[in-house]
Design a protein around this ligand. Structure first.
Ligand SMILES: [Zn+2]
Length: 235
């Protein structure tokens, strides 16, 4: 899979300076400092996992998992690689345990492990983190998202919508949730078997995190425009 990917993305990806620069700046991040990629940063392509759930019709939704690299920017169709697309109703849960997602995580961990150990054209790929909306992150991480108290809403702390003393609406310096910010737990998610996995490599997807306002309509109109401009430029 990686070889085909290298060929499609062309010279941008086999760029030692780009790889080296990326891992050098990762040295200032808690997730990047001890990442095994630092052993050969010139020839390690960072890979970012992405998960999102979207509604498509009559309130039904699908979960899309894909991957790409922060070294290459461009049209999504050419730079994002789908792993799976699943109707959300097929995502099996037992209580607050996301069974299907757990199995997907375990599969991804073994795939990322292979991509890190085996090289293609002397390059290897390394998992650097996962990006998604808040809901996706809560489902991926066991400590809080899977608590019997479904009300727990954050993957980093125990902020709550209803538990007095932990209310997320309390933003004062003595808010109860501040003392519950997670540092490192023993209850690791299946994805933790990936080389380079770190508690701090869960990244927010900006378009799911900021208040969009008119942004979502602008993005909706802008994307087809971008695709048509791209189609013109390659013809
Ligand atoms: Zn929090």
């Amino acid at each position: 899979m990686l070889c085909g990917w290298f060929l499609r993305l062309g010279p941008q990806i086999g760029d030692e300076d780009a790889c080296k620069g990326f891992w050098q700046s990762a040295l200032s991040e808690s997730w990047g400092r001890l990442h095994p990629a630092q052993g050969d940063p010139d020839r390690t392509v960072p890979v970012l996992l992405h998960g999102d759930e979207g509604k498509y019709s009559k309130g039904r939704s699908i979960m899309v998992l894909s991957w790409g690299t922060p070294l290459v920017h461009g049209v999504s169709m050419e730079t994002r690689f789908p792993i799976t697309v699943l109707p959300s109703r097929l995502m099996y849960c037992v209580g607050h345990q996301y069974v299907t997602l757990d199995q997907l995580q375990a599969f991804l961990a073994s795939s990322f492990d292979k991509a890190f150990r085996e090289r293609v054209c002397t390059f290897r790929a390394a998992y650097m983190g996962v990006k998604g909306d808040w809901k996706f992150h809560v489902q991926l991480r066991p400590d809080f998202g899977r608590s019997a108290a479904a009300d727990l809403i954050c993957f980093d702390c125990m902020a709550s919508q209803s538990v007095p003393g932990l209310l997320y609406t309390d933003v004062g310096p003595n808010a109860g949730w501040i003392a519950t910010i997670q540092e490192q737990g023993d209850n690791l998610p299946p994805l933790a078997a990936t080389p380079g996995w770190h508690w701090n490599s869960y990244f927010a997807d900006v378009l799911h995190t900021v208040w969009l306002g008119v942004g979502r309509d602008a993005v909706g109109s802008w994307c087809p425009f971008q695709i048509s401009v791209y189609a013109l430029s390659v013809n």
